[in-house]
Design a protein around this ligand. Sequence first.
Ligand code: SF4
Ligand code: FES
Length: 259
Amino acid sequence: MEITLKVRRQDPQSGVEPAQQTYQVDVPPNSTVFDALAQVREDQDGSLAFRGSCSRGFCGDCVMRANGRLTLMCLLRVDRIVRDGAIAVEPAPYAKPVRDVQIDNQQFLWDKYRSVQPWLRTNGAAPQDVTEEAMAEVRKTMRCTMCGLCDFGCTVIDVDTSFLGPAALTKVYRFLVDPRDTATKERLQEMGEPKGMWDCVHCWEASEHCPYGIDPTHRIMDMRDLAMREGVKSGTQNPMVGRHMDSFENSVSESGWLD
Ligand code: SF4
Ligand code: FES
């Protein structure tokens, strides 16, 4: 199958402005956009920069846009996305471009993950056995490859890139439901601060974008439910969230209606 690849080339460090470069490739119809890019780099232009390691949807590194579709390029077949014989390949949005379609996720993704302390917090509690049953909820999120697609598709991040985002919030949820983690209230309080779980507008784009069915929007809703059950309505810098809930509760308990 002959395809024209139109790839965004750029090199901000050397001052090379973004421009489109075209390449002709001949690939089997069931090959992926990642395969086509790899063929260009192998046979035509070794300077083409893009990221991706596994070619199997595991490493989460090859997020780009192909004809406007934001996804993992190694899971996207060329015959499913080609339009008029061409595929335009652009970098994922928001993150800092490094070169061509390769981006730097440090600020956009990794710093946010680190900020939520994605490790077991046990406050010195002795290790305990866990049952298979108790780990069932944890397993819902364990397949997350940290590809960041949920953040790239998030409509809140679209207007405010400092929002913690569904990827990091989903990671917090993974520890909230882990029976070995004892920092439940602290974590909920931290996530109740501005830019945390209450900033999600539940547009469901995060769930639409997740290639593994982890359903990050639902995980954020579950976290909010847990906060209600634990009586942690909001963070210390976010008292209006608690007041908002109290006024709803008062209205319903006084009149039966939400006024
Ligand atoms: S929740 Fe899904 S979309 Fe978000 S980082 Fe994990 S695997 Fe990627
Ligand atoms: S190359 Fe690893 S997920 Fe695409």
